[in-house]
Design a protein around this ligand. Sequence first.
Ligand code: CTP
Ligand code: MG
Length: 174
Amino acid sequence: MMDLITLAIVSFLYILPAYIANSSAALFGGGMPLDLGRKLGNHRILGDGKTFRGLALGVLFGAAAGNVIGYALTGTEFALGSIWFYTILGFLLSGGAMAGDLIKSFFKRRLGYKRGQMLPIIDQLDFIIGAVALGSMAYIPSLETVIFLIIITPLIHLLLNVIGFLLKLKKVPW
Ligand code: CTP
Ligand code: MG
C-alpha cells in the first residue's frame, strides 16, 4: 500500500473536479428548479435546492477543473493521460457528482424530507458515489482512494462548515 501522503495527493487530485462541481452548484446555483416546481404525490419531485443553473455551472466548472489539472500534470509523474483525458474525466466526475446529488434529493423527497433537511453522511457522500460511478467510464480509482475519500469527505465538509460558522457565513456550525 502506498503511504498516506501519496494516497491523499492522488485521491484529492482525482476527485477535485467533483468537489469543484459540488461547491460551484452550492455557491452559484439558484433560480429555476429542475423539477419546474412539479410534485410527485404530496412532495416535490426534487425540490427548490436542485436548479438548472447549479447543474450547468457545476458540470462546467468541474470539467474546466479537469482540464486545468490535465494541463498542470502534463509531463509529471502523476499524469495518467492527456489533457483531453483529464477534461473528459472531469466532465464525467462532475456530471456524476451532480447526478448522485439529484438522485439523493429524489429519494429524500419520497421519504418526506424537506429541501435542505439534513440526512447526515448521505448528504456528504452522494456526490462522491455518483462521481466515482460515472467517472469509472474513463478511469477506475483504486479501492484505497475510494475508501480514503469516503472517510475524509464528511470530515472536510464538517471542517468547512465550522470555518463558515466562525467567519459568520453560516448560522450553525454544521
Ligand atoms: N444547488 C443548485 N442546483 C443543484 C445542486 C445544488 O442550485 N443541482 C444549490 C441549491 O441552492 C442548494 C445548495 O446548492 O440549496 C446546496 O445543495 P444541497 O445541499 O445538495 O441541496 P439542499 O438545499 O440541501 O436540498 P436537498 O434536501 O434536496 O439535499
Ligand atoms: Mg443539503
